[in-house]
Design a protein around this ligand. Sequence first.
Ligand SMILES: Nc1nc2c(ncn2[C@@H]2O[C@H](COP(=O)(O)OP(=O)(O)OP(=O)(O)O)[C@@H](O)[C@H]2O)c(=O)[nH]1
Ligand SMILES: [Mg+2]
Length: 319
Amino acid sequence: MKTLIFGPAGSGKTSLLRTTCLGYNFMKVVNLKPTKGISRENFIFRGIMELNVWDAGGQEVYMKRYFSEKQRELVFSEITTTVFMVDATVSDPRVKDVFEKYLMNVFEFSPHIDRIYVLLNKIDLPESEEDTLYKMLSENLDEDMKEKLHFTPVSVKEGTAQHRLIEILDYEIQKSTLSLQRLGKIRHLLDQFKIDTLSEYLLFNRPDGLLIASTLGKFESKPLEFMKFEIGTLDSNMYQIYKKIMKLMNKPSISPLDLSTIIYESDSAHILIREVANEAILMAVTKNKDENVFFDVMKTISGEKFEDLKSYFKNNENL
Ligand SMILES: Nc1nc2c(ncn2[C@@H]2O[C@H](COP(=O)(O)OP(=O)(O)OP(=O)(O)O)[C@@H](O)[C@H]2O)c(=O)[nH]1
Ligand SMILES: [Mg+2]
C-alpha cells in the first residue's frame, strides 16, 4: 500500500512516521535532518497491513522536482493513502501553492482517492495559527474537493498526530481485504487459545507497540503506544546470567531466543509473555491461579497452534 506523506519542509512528516511506526519517542526525533528527496520505507502496521511509506522531503528544490513533468507521475500515481502535513506556525502563501499543486497531481494520477487528510501540526506551540492555516488551505476550493478534505489540528510532540495517523490507517485496514483476512485468522487462533486454556490473550505488534488482536475485544493501552515493546529491555542481564549457569552446568550453549517467555504473577493471575517470530508479543492472562491453567497456557504457547500463529508473521517477510 503506497502511503504518501507530503508537505512543506519542517512540518513534522518524518517525526510523525518515526514516532508512529517505529515507536520512537519525541525526544529521539527532535534533531532530525531534513529528508533528502523521497525516503521510502516499509512498515507492517498493527502487524497486519503492509505499508510502503513515501516520505517526501519538503524543501523547495525537491518540491520542484516532484511537480516536474519528469517525476510527477511516479510520485503521485498508485497512492492508497495520503496525508498532507503543514506547520501551523507558518502561514506563508507558498504553502497554499504547494497544497494546490499537490491536490491537482493526486487527483490526476490517483483519481480513486476519496479522502485527503490534512494535518495542521505543532499546535503545542503558542504561535500556532491553525485557524488561519485552515482558512487559507480551504479557500477557493470547489465543494467536491472540500468534501474530500479532512483537516485535523495536531501535535506530534503531544501525541495527537500519532493518534490521528493510527485512526487513518485503521480506516484503511477496514478497506483492505487482505489485512482483514489475516486479522480474521489471527483472531480465530487466539479464540482457540482462550478455549483451550481459560485465559485471555493479547497480541501486540512489536515495532509500533500497537495491539493486533485480543480475546477481550478492543483494547487500548496508552503507555504501550509509541514505545517499543522489548522483552529484552525488561531484564537485559538475564541472558548473560543464564548463559553462564548453562556453562557451569556443562549444558549446551543457549541463544537469546531460548529465553523467550516471561512470567509475572499477581494475587489472582499469572501473566505469561512470549515473543512471536520477532515481530509480535503474545500476552496471556490466566483467569485464576490454578496450576493446571498455568500449565495449559505453557503448553499452548509452545505447541502446534503457536507455530501456526508464528507462521502468519513469518509470511510478512515475503510480502
Ligand atoms: N513543537 C513541535 N515541534 C515539532 C512537532 N513536530 C515536529 N516538530 C519539529 O519540527 C522539526 C522538523 O521535523 P521533521 O519531522 O524533520 O519535518 P519534515 O516535515 O520531515 O521536514 P522535511 O524532511 O524537510 O520535509 C523537528 O525539529 C521536529 O522536532 C510538534 O508537534 N511540535
Ligand atoms: Mg523529513
